[in-house]
Design a protein around this ligand. Structure first.
Ligand SMILES: [Zn+2]
Length: 335
């Protein structure tokens, strides 16, 4: 990841999609207002997100070494993520595909997909990329060498793994799918063709694990573990999933996390969510650490300093508890 694009590259999506988006907004708002008031007492409280556990999931990925596609570390980490999700009782599948990157290299894609209550039509999609960029090209020192990439990839995956673990212990009546997508971070910097990024998400959006797959909305976590992170409301998310943005940022404020989930609007970025919005017609929100004014990511972005020293359990907790409760609350709409 990724590229800052001040103006949306996908503002010309079909009108029907925009209509769908705004309809979802209105419907959901109505449901929220009427049904939560009636049924909220019958829902047990949401589980407590364990930041120590999430941290250990981040570290376990980093300990494999850089998860660069085609390397043994990449293969071992995919096995680890698959086994972890399975151990928490989720239905897990590996999606493979042949992918060619911008530099002509060919890889066997590994998208890891897990489903909870797959029969429930009321579904939420949680996703994060799990591969690491092959080089620290934003670093002045050794820009061609690999780096640990602890925040970029593992933090989002670690938070989602902990959510998966909690939802196995205390099970809500809502369908959830997890997508750990591969080959997000192999894109070409300074290239006008943004589609060199997010190859795993692009593949899944065109070839979902279930034909005709639909979700109410999706939440992308990307670089969600750094100390002092700020998550402004990203442009594509505001444009295509404003009602979900509102839910998440209001929940974070309610929990006391407005220092992370800042009430500021940022420009649009190219990240996995744009492909899932565009090709799978699922409204998505990107929670990503960036500066709303400059559009810059953290100083450790694609640099050797992106290692475990930047990861802060408080940030993992803020993101994890917020998302866990947003997902948990979806039960209230369907009783
Ligand atoms: Zn990246």
């Amino acid at each position: 990841m990724k590229k800052f694009i001040r103006f949306s590259a996908y503002c010309l999506l079909p009108t029907a999609y925009c209509f769908f988006s705004s309809c979802s907004n209105d419907n959901n708002k109505d449901k929220t207002e009427t049904k939560i008031l009636t049924h909220q007492d019958s829902i047990p409280t949401a589980p407590k997100f364990n930041e120590d556990s999430a941290y250990s999931f981040v570290k376990a990925q980093v300990d494999f070494g850089p998860r660069i596609p085609g390397t043994p570390a990449h293969a071992k980490c995919s096995d680890y993520l698959f086994a972890k999700l399975k151990s928490y009782g989720w239905e897990v599948q590996m999606q493979n595909g042949n992918i060619e990157t911008y530099d002509g290299k060919k890889f066997n894609l590994k998208n890891i997909i897990a489903s909870y209550k797959s029969e429930n039509p009321n579904r939420i999609l949680l996703f994060s990329h799990w591969d690491s960029r092959p080089f620290a090209d934003q670093d002045k020192i050794d820009p061609n060498k690999p780096f640990d990439s602890a925040d970029d990839g593992p933090s989002g995956v670690g938070v989602i793994l902990e959510i998966a673990r909690q939802l196995n212990l205390k099970q809500p009546n809502v369908g959830i799918d997890i997508l750990f997508d591969d080959l997000e971070d192999y894109g070409k910097e300074h290239d006008n063709d943004a589609d060199t990024w997010g190859l795993g998400a692009q593949y899944w959006a065109k070839n979902p694990h279930k034909p005709g797959y639909a979700a109410q909305y999706g939440i992308l976590l990307d670089m969600v573990g750094a100390r002092g992170a700020t998550f402004p409301r990203e442009g594509e998310s505001n444009e295509y999933a404003s009602y979900v943005v509102k839910k998440i940022w209001n929940k974070a404020a309610h929990l006391g996390y407005s220092n992370y989930f800042v009430f500021q609007d940022a420009g649009s970025i190219t990240d996995d969510h744009v492909y899932i919005i565009r090709d799978a017609n699922i409204p998505c929100v990107d929670i990503v650490n960036m500066n709303a004014q400059t559009g810059q990511f953290g100083a450790h972005h694609h640099a050797h300093s992106d290692n475990m020293s930047v990861i802060d359990k408080n940030t993992l907790k803020a993101v994890g508890q917020t998302i866990l409760e947003v997902v948990w609350d979806e039960q209230k709409l369907k009783i």
